[in-house]
Design a protein around this ligand. Structure first.
Ligand code: AHN
Ligand code: ZN
Length: 337
């Protein structure tokens, strides 16, 4: 009897010790895991003032429509910025044909960081601006070109600031920043055949997807930024992104939530958008998502009141939105191993 009680006590004590040790082991594991994460992943702080300036510097050239001096000069500016920020720069030039039969002198501009690494992520945005303000409430503006502060320049501005950060502190993986040309030459609303051909949009990214800047190019995934600068923007989980790259959507939206930007990155599905990520997914076969503003309140367009109007100027740009997107993208790429 006595020994049985003692036996039970010993068994109980052992069990207690064992459980205690397991608890220790668990907490140790958890501790060292989180410590490691804090020690090794140092995500730089996105500077929204710089990004805003890079948006303005593009807009200051005027509309960057194909075959214009402003387009030429802005292309030179973007390539020079990437070069100054330490990227290996590729200028991919091509003659592409618009829906109207015009030959367009296209230029995709690529900045490669750590080009030798097989572990890569691509970040992209379009840098051209639309030659027609065909969604303007005033019909008299429909054939005027747009400044494209939000539609084009905002994504590029965020990526230039990221390029600056990449030079200051390298992440563990290689990054390719790709500025696609001629995204916005799609058939205007005033043409009879408007809506007839999706392929009239995204000419630069279609070209790149067939003919990447280096042969056998590959990346783990891509993130496209389009219209990421307007005040009170909301980014819903876009349809094509969810179809081809749901895990990347999840990764990006979780990263945004983790750092407090869930009021911008809404945890709900949005519509399907024909954008530069479509050829990247379907032709280059690289899973690529689109972070694109979806405005539920605008009566003019689901992309916001200023979309494809003469009002898409610096007045619509808000540094808080640029920061929310830029910091989220940094959070993602510095956590890739
Ligand atoms: C269409 O309206 C077909 N696509 C929207 C993609 C876009 C236009 N992004 C910027 N401008
Ligand atoms: Zn557009």
């Amino acid at each position: 009897m006595k020994s049985k009680i003692l036996g039970n006590c010993i068994t109980g004590f052992c069990a207690f010790l064992l459980l205690g040790c397991m608890a220790c082991a668990n907490s140790k594991k958890a501790d060292s895991g989180s410590k490691e994460a804090i020690e090794t992943v140092n995500v730089p702080a996105f500077n929204a003032d710089s990004a805003w300036l890079y948006v303005k510097q593009q807009v200051d050239f005027g509309p960057r429509v194909p075959n214009s001096t402003a387009h030429d000069l802005c292309g030179d500016y973007l390539a020079a910025r990437l070069e100054a920020f330490g990227a290996k720069v590729y200028n991919q030039r091509a003659d592409l044909t618009g829906y109207d039969g015009k030959v367009l002198k296209a230029r995709n501009i690529i900045g490669a960081y750590n080009p030798e690494s097989p572990r890569r992520v691509m970040l992209c945005a379009h840098w051209d601006s639309r030659p027609w303000a065909d969604n303007d409430p005033d019909k008299g503006n429909h054939r005027k070109p747009i400044l494209g502060a939000n539609d084009g320049a905002s994504g590029v501005g965020v990526l230039l600031e990221i390029a600056r950060q990449l030079q200051a502190q390298a992440p563990a993986i290689g990054i390719d920043i790709i500025f696609f040309d001629m995204e916005d030459y799609g058939i205007p609303q005033f043409e009879n055949n408007h809506g007839s051909d999706e392929n009239t949009w995204c000419l630069g990214s279609q070209y790149w997807s067939r003919t990447p800047h280096v042969s056998n190019y590959n990346a783990r995934f891509g993130i496209l930024l389009d219209m990421v600068g307007a005040k009170n923007s909301t980014f819903y989980k876009e349809g094509i992104s969810m179809q081809y790259a749901p895990s990347i959507v999840k990764k990006v939206w979780s990263a945004a939530k983790k750092i407090g930007f869930e009021s911008y990155f809404i945890d709900e599905n949005g519509g399907y958008v024909t954008d530069d990520h479509l050829p990247v997914n379907e032709i280059a076969r690289i899973p690529c998502i689109d972070i694109i503003n979806c405005d539920m309140n605008s009566e003019l367009s689901s992309f916001g009141d200023a979309w494809h109007t003469v009002n898409d100027n610096m007045d619509v740009i808000d540094k808080n939105t640029l920061r929310a997107v830029g910091q989220t993208v940094l959070q993602v790429i510095y956590n890739e191993k």
